[in-house]
Every structure is written in C-alpha cells, then in structure tokens.
Design a protein around this ligand. Structure first.
Ligand SMILES: [Zn+2]
Length: 155
C-alpha cells in the first residue's frame, strides 16, 4: 500500500476516529500540532464524499480542532483542503489540514498558507522538509488520543 494516509489508518496510527474520518498527526508539521483529517476510505476528491461523509466532515474537523487546542494551547485554527491538482493537491487521498495557531507562531498570521502549499508538493517521498522523528510523532499521537478519549470522542 503506497498511500501514506491509508497506511496510517491501517496501522492504527491515528488519534481521532469518527464513522468516516480519521485524524493523523502530521509527519512534517508546519506548526506544532499540524494534523490531517482524512476520509477513512481512499478517495481523492471532495466530490467523491457521500452525503453522510459530507455531513460529518465539519463536526469531525471541529472536534480535531478542539483536541489540538487543548494539547497545544492554541487560540486559533486554520483549515485547508487542496482539492485537485489545479488547487495544489499532490497527495491523492483527500485531506484537510488542521493547524492549531498561537500568537506569534509565524512572522505574520498568513504565512501558513504558502507553507501548506509547499507541504503538499514536498510530502511524497521527499526529504526536503524536516520531519518529526517517529517516536516524537508517536508521542504526540498518544497525547492527542488521550485528550480525544477524555472528551468522549471515539478513537
Ligand atoms: Zn489513501
């Protein structure tokens, strides 16, 4: 299996699960806590989401944002989907970036977007972006999973 998100789901390497979505701690976070919400089935585009999945997307993203907010003491959040190659998508499994934001975490608040765009270009098999060591990411996943459980979210 070559899809990194399917592999993470398959391996249980997730901190949040709803009926149709999973939350994954990013291997190359742009800010601490930068995570991905992905459909549990391998689909590429937003238009492939069924009505139940569509209805679940925003509540699931909101819950992941709450988990990240508690873990990283963030006071803001960014959501972003690159839907289609024209929009900058390169990982062909639909994914919503969720970035917890803190005051002063970047020189300007809007600096996150070019970095997300680069993330999407670089993430497949590239060593250009510094990556979290496996044990560091596993520790974050466990911490987030714990918060999700305490909040009554499935995982
Ligand atoms: Zn996949």
């Amino acid at each position: 299996m070559t899809c990194p998100f399917c592999r993470a789901i398959e391996n249980g390497d997730i901190f949040f699960a709803s009926a149709h979505f999973a939350g994954i701690a990013n291997i190359a976070p742009i800010v601490p806590g930068h995570s991905l919400l992905v459909p549990r089935r391998h689909i590429e585009r937003l238009t492939q989401l069924g009505p139940k999945e569509l209805a679940e997307l925003a509540p699931a993203a909101h819950q992941v944002g709450e988990i990240l907010g508690e873990a990283f003491r963030s006071t803001g959040v960014n959501w972003s989907i690159q839907d289609g190659s024209e929009a900058g998508q390169t990982v062909l499994h639909l994914h919503l970036h969720i970035l917890p934001r803190c005051h002063g975490d970047m020189p300007a608040p809007g600096d996150w977007y070019p970095r997300v765009e680069r993330w999407d270009k670089e993430i497949l098999g590239s060593a250009r972006r510094p990556r979290l060591p496996d044990d560091a990411r596993a520790a974050i996943t466990l911490r987030l999973r714990d918060i999700a459980r305490k909040r009554g979210f499935k995982n």
